[in-house]
Design a protein around this ligand. Structure first.
Ligand code: ES4
Ligand code: ZN
Length: 337
């Protein structure tokens, strides 16, 4: 595309990437070896026969939950602080090469804790990767801790208390909170009490909503205090809610290649990019789980351009909104624009 160099040069901010979703098949096999962890046998799951077999299986996800089974299985190779640092560093290097200047990254502590990895190991490991990216690559970074919807709410409550009591909280090392994992099934408002508490402390809140679930998942997240919505593509099914989100300037963190791979839409053409632009809904374009969905942030930007043929002016609006809605001070926004 003639705009490729222009798109590469835009000051990109990433708002929706799961660090565990940056674990490539190659790194899964490498860390399994390094940590002496047995991956599923070929009899149990033929997808784990080889790096190439796993990559091929990732091209055939049938739903969010089909993907999540691989995502949770894959992250079981993460054990030591070094593993978490290496994973974060591999993501930040790729993001830097794609023209990302600021990255807000998710992680799922409950899932690691359920295998006996401590909160400190996870957060110290990831935050060392963030620090390295800041000093060596000039990126600004934010860690966002996600609660997962497939585990009991008591386990989320536990890690929330750990987050509050940890020295990291005062130091701002974990900047904000989100929720993710299976959307349809568990109660829409399962994190009501946690979000109410966090909102009174002024902690930035986001939530995965409107990916597979209908727009009531989005309105529930807003009711609970989320000021940003991850995915949110099903917002187009509720014109009143769409008007409200546009008026309030709530950011949607859209992930086009993820939506296609998880069959939320048949192709990038059906991601409602033009509807959002036309109705003044702010959104950013992001990579979600790039090791699983066939592309990092620049691949997502280029897929949007291929499918929607945006003008340079429209790209400027997207880039500007992604800077303005980042969870960073105004002086940093001025540097990025
Ligand atoms: C996720 Cl694509 C997606 N949706 C919900 N939760 C997630 N966790 C990691 N990737
Ligand atoms: Zn996500």
């Amino acid at each position: 595309s003639p705009l490729h160099d222009f798109i590469h040069g835009l000051p990109k901010c990433e708002h929706h990437v799961h660090l565990e979703g940056c674990l490539t098949p190659e790194l899964i096999f490498h860390l399994a070896e390094r940590n002496g962890i047995q991956l599923p046998s070929v009899a149990e799951n033929p997808a784990y026969a080889s790096v190439a077999a796993l990559e091929t299986r990732y091209e055939h996800f049938t739903s969010l939950d089909d993907f999540l089974a691989f995502y949770f299985e894959g992250m079981a190779v993460l054990r030591t602080e070094q593993d978490f640092t290496d994973l974060a560093s591999s993501y930040f290097q790729k993001a830097h090469a794609d023209g990302v200047h600021h990255a807000e990254v998710f992680f799922d502590p409950q899932v690691h804790q359920s295998r006996g990895v401590s909160y400190a190991t996870i957060v110290n490991g990831f935050s060392a990767g963030c620090k390295r990216a800041e000093t060596e690559l000039g990126l600004s970074t934010r860690l966002i801790m996600c609660f997962v919807r497939h585990l009991p709410v008591a386990s989320a409550q536990q890690v929330y208390e750990e987050f509050l009591s940890h020295e990291h909280f005062g130091a701002g090392i974990v900047h904000g909170l989100g929720w993710s994992s299976s959307e349809v099934g568990p109660p829409k408002d399962m994190f009501r009490d946690i979000y109410a508490s966090a909102a009174t402390k002024g902690i930035p809140l986001t939530a995965h909503a409107g990916e597979e679930g209908d727009p009531t998942y989005i309105s529930t997240a807003l009711e609970l205090g989320a000021t940003r919505i991850d995915h949110g593509i099903r917002l187009i099914e509720d014109p009143e809610l769409l008007k409200r989100i546009a008026a309030e300037g709530t950011l949607l963190t859209v992930c086009p290649l993820s939506n296609v791979r998880l069959r939320c839409v048949p192709s990038v053409e059906q991601v409602p990019i033009r509807k959002f632009l036309a109705s003044g809904v702010k959104f950013s374009i992001n990579s979600d789980d790039p090791a699983y969905f066939g592309g990092y942030i620049l691949d997502n930007y280029c897929a949007v351009q291929e499918a929607h043929q945006l003008t340079a002016m429209e790209w400027r609006i997207i880039a500007e909104n992604s800077v303005q809605e980042s969870w960073i001070p105004d002086v940093r926004k001025a540097e990025l624009l």
